[in-house]
Design a binder for this molecule. Structure first.
Ligand SMILES: NC(=O)c1ccc[n+]([C@@H]2O[C@H](COP(=O)([O-])OP(=O)(O)OC[C@H]3O[C@@H](n4cnc5c(N)ncnc54)[C@H](O)[C@@H]3O)[C@@H](O)[C@H]2O)c1
Length: 285
């Protein structure tokens, strides 16, 4: 859907995977987009030869404040304003046993994942305020933020920081009509996800996902496009899981212990130790 006055977005990590999916989706929706990325090769592949006038690629390291400030300035110089900042850039970061982790690797991970989101929020907010308020920020969180069993320690902790920064800035910036939301993907088969993995890992990831189709960058972009636009005017501080139901299933203990309701051949009312007889109906009778 295109608008009379085009909306303008900046998307970090826009040269690959989920970020590229978001850029393409926003452009298809009629937005003008500045895509920032640290990888000059993929940035050039994605946007270098493009005679597309609705999108521009910018070299940007989200952990460096002057780069993020420049990204926002580019949006204003090229397209006149900023309506949405998508803080998406990411790496898997530090990995290994906690007692072997290198402090520099931990800090680097937080520099990209947490400081990057802070800087994107800071400089987008400055521009939104200069425009008189309004605007939308969408942060790339992860279901790894919500438990201790999904991602590497530094990655999960940094994404938990992103989750909380989304809440705190949503509350802080509401008076300026700036909405801040997040999206939490599960397993999305992108270049980052595939690094060091093969098809057997894809198959295993699908087994853990209640909805059995692969989650794609386009699925994540669908949620981002919704939150980016001004139409969901009263939605702020929320985090939308795009995970095919992984977080809904949680530990999946019922299924793993053989008590999955959908597999039972009986229904009824378990009265526990109340002294009253339980009700058991054999299904199909
Ligand atoms: N793929 C998944 O399953 C999954 C799940 C949950 C969350 N996420 C999050 O989604 C986001 C995108 O991941 P993806 O899977 O598309 O990965 P990807 O590797 O395909 O894309 C990430 C992009 O970020 C860029 N980037 C890395 N460091 C940067 C920096 N310092 N400054 C600017 N750009 C930088 C990369 O060059 C790359 O283009 C990340 O924040 C990631 O943590 C991904």
């Amino acid at each position: 859907m295109s608008q009379a006055t085009p909306r303008v977005a900046a998307v970090t990590g826009g040269a690959s995977g989920i970020g590229l999916g978001i850029v393409r989706r926003l452009v298809a929706d009629g937005w003008k987009v500045v895509a920032g990325d640290i990888n000059a090769v993929t940035l050039n592949e994605a946007f270098g030869d493009s005679d597309e006038e609705n999108v521009v690629g910018v070299s940007c390291d989200v952990s460096v404040e002057s780069h993020v400030a420049r990204l926002v300035e580019t949006a204003v110089e090229r397209f006149g304003r900023l309506d949405c900042m998508v803080n998406n850039a990411g790496i898997s970061g530090a990995f290994g046993p906690i007692h072997e982790l290198d402090v520099a690797h931990w800090d680097f991970t937080f520099g990209v994942l947490a400081r990057g989101v802070f800087l994107g929020t800071k400089h987008a907010t400055r521009q939104f305020l200069a425009q008189g308020g309004g605007g939308s920020i969408v942060n790339m969180c992860s279901i790894a933020a919500w438990d201790g069993g999904t991602g590497p320690q530094a990655y999960s902790a940094a994404k938990a920081a992103v989750q909380n920064l989304t809440w705190s800035t949503a509350a802080e910036l509401a008076e300026h009509r700036i909405r801040v939301n997040a999206v939490a993907p599960g397993s999305v088969i992108t270049p980052m996800w595939m690094k060091g993995r093969d098809q057997s890992d894809v198959d295993r990831a699908l087994q853990l996902q209640p909805l059995k189709e692969p989650t794609t960058s386009e699925h994540v972009a669908e949620a981002v496009a919704f939150l980016a636009a001004p139409e969901p005017a009263m939605i702020t501080g929320t985090c939308v899981a795009v995970d095919g139901g992984i977080s809904a299933a949680g530990t999946d203990l019922a299924r793993r212990l053989g008590n999955n309701p959908g597999d039972l051949k009986i229904s009824g009312l378990n009265m526990g130790t109340s002294g009253t007889k339980s009700v058991v109906n054999v299904l199909g009778d």
